[in-house]
Design a protein around this ligand. Structure first.
Ligand code: TDO
Length: 196
């Protein structure tokens, strides 16, 4: 629909901010409010490609969580997924951790608050672990991925690992059994280094 210069211009309407972690982006698309409510675009290929999200998305996911629920920290080892995160209802604290051994921010994590009213989105490229906590009564989170879900390729480390000390904002009410049983980050880190 748009040629490259026009899509580059359109992408100026989106505010793109670099995060502390290399290659992750905080995206603030315009939110149009009127007496009916609001309108926002979730994804427009030409605009997001112009902003640097050039890989094709192949899957859309939706999860609903009650307050305090913690999901993560997850990744795929050989078929890593880039993720474009949007909150459709409520508020979350979203955490990404750089798993790329050659990256300047390898092993570092950053948490970012995302909420449906402000409508920020987070771009987490392939090569990161991801998790979030629902902070509102309920939170509806949608995310696009650049690789298919493959349960045989799934990896995880413990989001409550005291050495990582991720500062989850609220008491953790529920985690999956799988997430509670996940190893400490150091185990995953050593595996990643050994695989170089
Ligand atoms: C992630 C995923 C799960 N499932 C199934 C497997 C399982 O039966 C059920 C719930 O899966 P999980 O417990 O892994 O769901 P969840 O803990 O919400 O997993 C997600 O967490 C966040 C933090 C991410 O970043 C995602 O990539 C994904 O790992 O849904 C799919 O069919 N497709 C998928 O893409």
């Amino acid at each position: 629909m748009y040629n490259t210069p026009i899509s580059a211009l359109l992408s100026l309407l989106m505010q793109i901010t670099k995060t502390q972690l290399a290659d992750c982006l905080l995206i603030q698309p315009p939110v149009y409010q009127d007496n009916r409510g609001l309108f926002r675009e979730l994804y427009v290929a030409a605009k997001y490609q112009a902003a640097g999200l050039t890989q094709a998305f192949v899957q859309d996911n939706l999860s609903s969580s009650q307050q305090g629920v913690l999901r993560g920290m997850h990744f795929q080892r050989f078929k890593p997924q880039g993720k474009l995160i949007s909150v459709l209802h409520g508020e979350i604290y979203d955490v990404m951790l750089d798993l790329r051994p050659t990256s300047a921010s390898f092993g570092q994590w950053q948490g970012i608050y995302l909420d449906a009213q402000q409508a920020q989105q987070l771009w987490i490229p392939p090569g990161f672990a991801h998790g979030f906590q629902a902070l509102s009564t309920s939170a509806l989170v949608s995310y696009k991925t650049t690789a298919y879900y493959d349960p045989t390729d799934e990896g995880a480390f413990n989001a409550l690992d005291p050495k990582l000390a991720i500062t989850w904002p609220q008491p953790v009410t529920v985690m999956s059994d799988k997430d509670r049983a996940a190893p400490a980050f150091e185990v995953v880190k050593q595996q990643l280094i050994a695989a170089i």
